[in-house]
Design a protein around this ligand. Structure first.
Ligand SMILES: *[C@@H]1O[C@H](CO)[C@@H](O)[C@H](O)[C@H]1NC(C)=O
Ligand SMILES: *[C@@H]1O[C@H](CO)[C@@H](O)[C@H](O)[C@H]1NC(C)=O
Ligand SMILES: *[C@@H]1O[C@H](CO)[C@@H](O)[C@H](O)[C@H]1NC(C)=O
Ligand SMILES: *[C@@H]1O[C@H](CO)[C@@H](O)[C@H](O)[C@H]1NC(C)=O
Ligand SMILES: *[C@@H]1O[C@H](CO)[C@@H](O)[C@H](O)[C@H]1NC(C)=O
Ligand SMILES: *[C@@H]1O[C@H](CO)[C@@H](O)[C@H](O)[C@H]1NC(C)=O
Ligand SMILES: CC(=O)N[C@H]1CO[C@H](CO)[C@@H](O)[C@@H]1O
Length: 641
């Protein structure tokens, strides 16, 4: 019995050890686009998220005047009375609403208004906050003509920064823009803060288009929140698909994302109630997205509205051309030189040089309306855009990857998948197995994520088990980068105080950013990029019976071998990694994270799971290494081919 038990243990142990041989022979190129992001305006990912504006409901856009909802994030201070009105002579036709404020004479403290930001305002010592508002009305100048703006604690009223504004120019007959800066000397201990405006009482004042920006990513005006921008930029993303997702489509045709209403001065952007319920200012508009893609070095994939809206409304065939024309105009705005109509509009907005756009995605998830997509929508756009821009763009279709009935035949597809960890592990060999033909057709795995546990329960944050499953799948994407040219986890960002969808790659609140294990898996894959795949023997671990998944690549510029490994088992797995035909050249290292299946990072504990790095020795081309249970690792070995 004792002998038998020993023999059984020895068998299990040897079955679990894996030998991987990597051969010095580049197989195919890995496009720089492979790992990147898909953008959706969800969970306040834009307003209140990446877009750095701190004032929520800054111009009372997409709200019903006179309702409580219209006052979202605003409160009155000290007997002031406030309401949102439909302004009979508005600042612009794009911004028809305004905030009417009565500053009474009977208040003991300064009467005014307060905005709570997007569930808080982060106040950093030494930062300059740049603000403005429009106002019109009447003052009683005997009581003064100095208004005051502050950043203050909601709980204690402690003032972190304030500025006096001379409002003696206030007029009842039209708006005046008042600008100011707030420079807190000390930071606030938490984000439970308010932005306030007080006027000398009594006064009757109508306000619109408030704004308050902290310093932004790359110091762009109307720019991005630095900590979130740096989080996304840190993966060195290869693609940026925008402007959504469902948010592109709207619930109805009338409520689609209209590119031409997201450009120009903020005074001319009407905003809209987006697809996930909340109003969007569209301060984060087409040009901001394009500048952002350039700033992070990502290839833009521009989604154009293709005649289907999520509520089920579909543009009929005899009306579709107007929407094709809308996309043609949009593409001219993005890529036309200043001699074109829309190119000249862009140049007048300060961007002379056309943007480098190569990929245009026609619609979003049109498997929800496959009949009209197949019957006329795909063809109207693919043919219409090609006729307007012969040979210039690559068009992505958004049906399932195995739909073959579209005409003209798409050269590019966008495939989406939300599932459990087991699905992703099983699909690690999806593209090796020829699910898609190797006939030149290219695939963008444009949205994917583990969204539930294997028992079907939903997960609030990406777990370690989820990230490990996604990483197993991603080894297959990298190994098959001749077929899969791009991939993006989705959704990307989530404000935890107003969530519509979870899990998300990165969660945040007004003050803190939390990078999930899934984020760290993306980071490991995306910052350790090979230029070419390398053959391994075995090709993938499913043939060994061990729950270990990998792909090998070579970076010809850096002369390094990368072996990306996902151990989907809870126990560690010993491996012997042999470099065949390389001249090894320098110190090797492993970057990795591991944890228990349900471990997560949250905004309260953002660093429970982080990437560690360890030096390893490769002796005579052989590395013996035990990959920890439930881990994602990248082994980096300097070597010449
Ligand atoms: C892994 O390797 C270590 C060190 O060589 C050894 O002690 C251990 O038994 C091995 N484990 C398995 C499961 O093979
Ligand atoms: C303060 O004065 C305003 C008129 O200016 C009046 O409508 C309001 O009722 C007064 N508030 C209180 C609490 O007396
Ligand atoms: C509001 O007005 C009333 C009536 O004049 C006054 O007693 C009270 O102090 C005021 N409250 C504040 C906070 O100014
Ligand atoms: C202006 O304020 C002064 C001082 O509070 C007051 O005496 C006067 O009645 C006010 N005038 C108007 C028009 O409200
Ligand atoms: C934007 O374009 C659409 C048609 O594509 C048009 O209906 C709409 O009026 C335009 N908006 C503005 C503000 O010009
Ligand atoms: C492993 O994957 C390869 C490639 O897709 C496939 O041919 C083979 O049948 C799989 N083996 C097992 C044991 O699942
Ligand atoms: C679950 C959740 O937080 N839902 C919120 C999503 O956003 C809308 C609009 O802001 C809220 O009304 C929901 O409560």
């Amino acid at each position: 019995m004792a002998f038998l038990a020993y023999a059984l243990l020895a068998f299990i142990a040897s079955a679990r050890a894996v030998d991987i041989t990597i051969t010095a022979e580049t197989v195919h190129e890995i496009p720089e686009t492979l790992f990147g992001y898909m953008w959706e305006d969800i969970n306040h990912s834009g307003d209140g998220g990446l877009y750095a504006e701190l004032i929520q409901n800054r111009a009372f856009q997409a709200v019903e005047p006179g309702t409580d909802d219209a006052l979202a994030a605003w409160t009155a201070l000290n007997n002031a009375s406030i309401s949102v009105i439909a302004d009979p002579s508005p600042l612009s036709s794009a911004l028809p609403n305004a905030l009417s404020v009565s500053f009474p004479s009977n208040s003991s403290g300064p009467a005014g208004i307060a905005n709570e930001g997007f569930w808080g305002i982060r106040i950093d010592a030494g930062s300059t906050y740049t603000g403005s508002f429009y106002a019109k009305g009447t003052l009683n100048t005997t009581t003064g003509s100095q208004a005051e703006v502050t950043l203050q604690s909601k709980a204690t009223g402690d003032i972190y920064a304030s500025a006096e504004i001379d409002v003696s120019s206030l007029s009842a007959s039209g708006y005046t823009k008042y600008s100011f800066e707030l420079k807190p000397e000390g930071g606030a201990p938490d984000t439970d803060n308010l932005f306030t405006v007080t006027f000398p009482s009594p006064a009757e004042v109508t306000f619109t288009l408030f704004s308050l920006f902290p310093p932004t990513f790359k110091s762009r005006s109307n720019g991005m929140r630095i900590d979130l921008a740096e989080t996304l930029a840190a993966t060195r993303p290869g693609v940026w698909r925008f402007p959504g997702g469902n948010n592109l489509e709207g619930q109805t045709v009338a409520r689609r994302w209209k590119w031409n209403e997201t450009i120009g001065p903020l005074e001319e952007r009407p905003g809209r109630r987006g697809d996930w319920g909340y109003p969007n200012t569209d301060g984060l508009g087409l040009l901001e997205y394009l500048d952002w893609a350039e700033d992070i070095g990502a290839e833009p994939i521009l989604g154009v509205y293709a005649g289907y809206s999520l509520g089920g409304e579909t543009v009929p065939e005899d009306a579709i051309q107007a929407y094709v024309d809308e996309a043609i105009a949009e593409i001219e705005f993005v890529t036309g030189d200043a001699s074109t109509h829309w190119g000249s509009v862009r140049a007048a907005l300060g961007r002379e040089e056309p943007y480098a756009l190569r990929y245009v995605e026609i619609g979003n998830e049109d498997f929800f309306a496959p009949d009209s997509y197949q019957a006329y929508r795909w063809a109207a756009f693919a043919n219409g855009l090609e006729a307007a821009y012969p040979g210039k763009f690559k068009y992505l279709a958004t049906t399932y990857e195995d739909v073959t009935s579209l005409e003209p035949k798409p050269a590019y597809y966008d495939f989406h998948q939300y599932n459990n960890p087991n699905w992703f592990v099983e699909q690690a060999v999806r593209y090796d197995e020829g699910v898609t033909p190797r006939d030149g057709t290219q695939y963008f795995v444009g949205e994917y994520a583990v969204t539930s546990n294997n028992d079907g329960s939903k997960m609030a944050y990406p777990t370690v088990e989820a990230a490990v499953g996604e990483a197993a799948f991603m080894t297959g994407l990298e190994r098959n980068a001749d077929v899969v040219f791009a991939a993006a986890y989705a959704p990307t960002l989530n404000h935890v105080d107003d969530t519509q969808w979870y899990p998300d790659l990165v969660s945040f609140n007004a003050g803190t950013v939390s990078k999930s294990p899934s984020y760290w898996a993306q980071w490991l894959f995306s910052t350790n990029r090979g230029t070419h795949t390398l053959p391994t023997s075995p090709v993938s671990s499913n043939t060994t019976g061990a729950p270990l998944y990998w792909s090998a690549s070579y970076n010809t510029d850096a002369a390094v071998v990368y072996l990306k490994v996902s151990n989907t088992d809870s126990a560690s797995i010993n491996t012997t990694i042999t470099l065949d035909g390389f001249t090894q050249d320098g110190d090797a290292k492993v970057q990795f994270f591991s944890g228990a299946a349900q471990d997560v990072n949250t905004v309260d504990a953002p660093d429970a799971i982080v990437v560690s790095e360890t030096a390893v020795s490769v002796v005579d081309g052989v590395l013996a290494y035990a990959f920890p249970g439930l881990s994602v690792s990248v082994v980096t070995i300097p070597a010449q081919i």
